[in-house]
Design a protein around this ligand. Structure first.
Ligand SMILES: C[S@@+](CC[C@H](N)C(=O)[O-])C[C@H]1O[C@@H](n2cnc3c(N)ncnc32)[C@H](O)[C@@H]1O
Length: 219
């Protein structure tokens, strides 16, 4: 069961009864997505490279994918975006989310909903944005040097500790191309040590509102 909630910047998030956790920071879903994924990963990489492959761990509401779609259009990037999700939200829930309104792009509602309606195959949402909603579990991911960026947006280690273990981080390392980056809101010491152990160069950088620090790891 998913209940829509409002975070402090006015943007919606989802409270999951299955995981007893919210999909975003209660301090603001949009401001979190902007800082952790758009600024720290997408803009960071796009300064040197206009064509990028992105993997999102936990498509959820589609907010990170949608903000990436908008940024691709604005900055004329070529994005190939794979969002993995084991428990897709219903179209009814997606329709009730207020992202197009808060981002002031009401004309993009159809494209936002396409993130949720699209089949388990590649679709072209715009000349700048190719999208693949991969229904499945993160643990089953088998990818070798495919991605420039990983948005690591699993539920927190206190909720799903198994998704922050070193075995999964090794898979993420393998999935990234050389110089690829993984960003996440999590800045736990043990997580950062595990990232270093699998070979990443790890930076603690200022986090979104409500979080002093977040993590960017580079292969
Ligand atoms: C923190 S929420 C993601 C938020 C999402 N990025 C957004 O912007 O809405 C974590 C997501 O991971 C999904 N999830 C949890 N366990 C999973 C697993 N083992 N494999 C794939 N998806 C999983 C949940 O259903 C949820 O959508």
């Amino acid at each position: 069961m998913a209940t829509i909630i409002q975070t402090k910047d006015g943007s919606n998030s989802i409270q999951s009864t299955q995981f007893e956790a919210t999909y975003h920071s209660i301090h603001g879903a949009i401001q979190e997505a902007q800082t952790v994924f758009i600024d720290a990963a997408l803009t960071h990489k796009a300064s040197a490279q206009k064509e990028l492959t992105i993997l999102e761990i936990g498509l959820g509401t589609g907010l990170n994918a949608f903000m990436t779609y908008l940024e691709a259009k604005k900055s004329d990037l070529q994005i190939h975006y794979t969002g993995i999700e084991a428990y897709p939200i219903s179209l009814e829930v997606a329709q009730a989310l207020n992202y197009v309104e808060l981002l002031d792009v009401a004309e993009e509602q159809t494209q936002f909903l396409k993130l949720h309606e699209s089949p388990d195959e590649w679709v072209k949402l715009s000349p700048n944005f190719h999208f693949y909603k991969q229904i499945g579990r993160f643990e089953a991911l088998e990818a070798q040097e495919q991605f420039d960026i990983i948005y690591y947006d699993a539920f927190a280690p206190s909720v799903q500790p198994e998704l922050w273990e070193i075995e999964l981080l090794e898979k993420m390392y393998q999935a990234l191309k050389p110089n690829g980056v993984l960003t996440t809101y999590c800045a736990k010491g043990v997580f950062k040590r595990n990232l270093k152990q699998v070979g990443f160069t790890v930076e603690g950088i200022p986090g979104p509102i409500g979080k002093r620090e977040m993590t960017r790891a580079t292969k």
